[in-house]
Design a protein around this ligand. Structure first.
Ligand code: PEP
Length: 261
């Protein structure tokens, strides 16, 4: 995403989860494309449900808006009824894919090893994986935030070499802040981001770690965007609920565009 001599641009991703009709999704994509045409200061993307991806990629062709899937399987093909593979996502025009979202981990029981296989498969098909990590409320209250984040990060990136790590985005999403209206304070989020960057520095070197984008997700709205994005270690935002209405997503984008990175 960031070439070596390019300034890091803030990332904003809207995760629609299992919402919208095809008609609504296409209309949203058209309006988003028109609204951010010519604005190059940020990297903007949306994560629609699988069955809308082809139509939405077609609408967004020629724009700078990235299309990300919300999930994928770790195998490229095979007897996995109901699943979707990386080459399929690539074929319909996706550039990114969320991997290890907390709803996948906690509702569908995905573990770090499955997630790691998906990360490696996404990279091999030239999709940018967005590795989502974060602790539950119980884990935070027990003082285990860093242990959990460390484990998810290390396991998620196992076998991911220095030559491809640049293709990855890390999303820190505390589970207790997702869809709850309860956001991590900017300082709490920054502290974990800083910890993640330290781990990445140890594993991949300081220069590479500095260039990697670590984005925050968990009840982001227009009114907390400014405070979050001003934190030095927060490189962008993953937005669920507040991305569903285009107006609300555009207000967040406007705040980001006003920030001098
Ligand atoms: C998400 O789905 O990744 C998310 C952060 O959701 P919300 O913004 O609704 O908390």
């Amino acid at each position: 995403m960031n070439s070596d001599n390019q300034k890091k641009r803030p990332i904003i991703l809207g995760n629609w989860k299992m919402n919208k009709s095809l008609k609504e999704g296409v209309q949203y994509a058209r309006s988003l494309k028109a609204a951010i045409a010519g604005k190059s200061g940020i990297i903007c993307g949306i994560c629609p449900p699988y069955v809308f991806l082809k139509d939405i990629c077609a609408v967004l062709e020629g724009s700078t808006i990235c299309v990300s899937a919300q999930n994928m399987h770790s195998e490229a093909s095979g007897a996995f009824t109901g699943e979707i593979a990386a080459p399929m996502l690539k074929e319909v025009g996706c550039s990114h894919v969320l991997v290890g979202h907390s709803e996948r981990r906690h509702i569908f029981g995905e573990d770090d090893f499955f997630i790691n296989d998906k990360i490696k498969k996404a990279i091999s098909f030239e999709l940018v994986p967005i590795l989502c990590i974060g602790e539950t409320l119980e884990e935070r209250e027990a003082g285990n935030t860093k242990d959990v984040v460390l484990r998810q990060l290390k396991n998620g990136l196992r076998g991911v070499g220095i030559e491809v790590i640049k293709c990855i985005i890390i999303a820190y999403e505390p589970v207790w802040a997702i869809g709850t209206g309860r956001t991590a304070s900017p300082e709490q989020a920054n502290e974990v981001h800083s910890f993640i960057r330290t781990i990445l520095s140890e594993d991949y070197g300081k220069d590479i770690a500095k260039k990697l984008s670590i984005i925050y997700g968990g009840s982001v709205k227009a009114d907390n965007t400014g405070a979050l994005i001003h934190q030095p270690e927060i490189d962008g935002l993953l937005v669920g609920g507040a991305s569903l209405e285009l107006e609300s997503f555009l207000t967040i984008i406007e705040v980001l565009q006003g920030v001098d990175f």
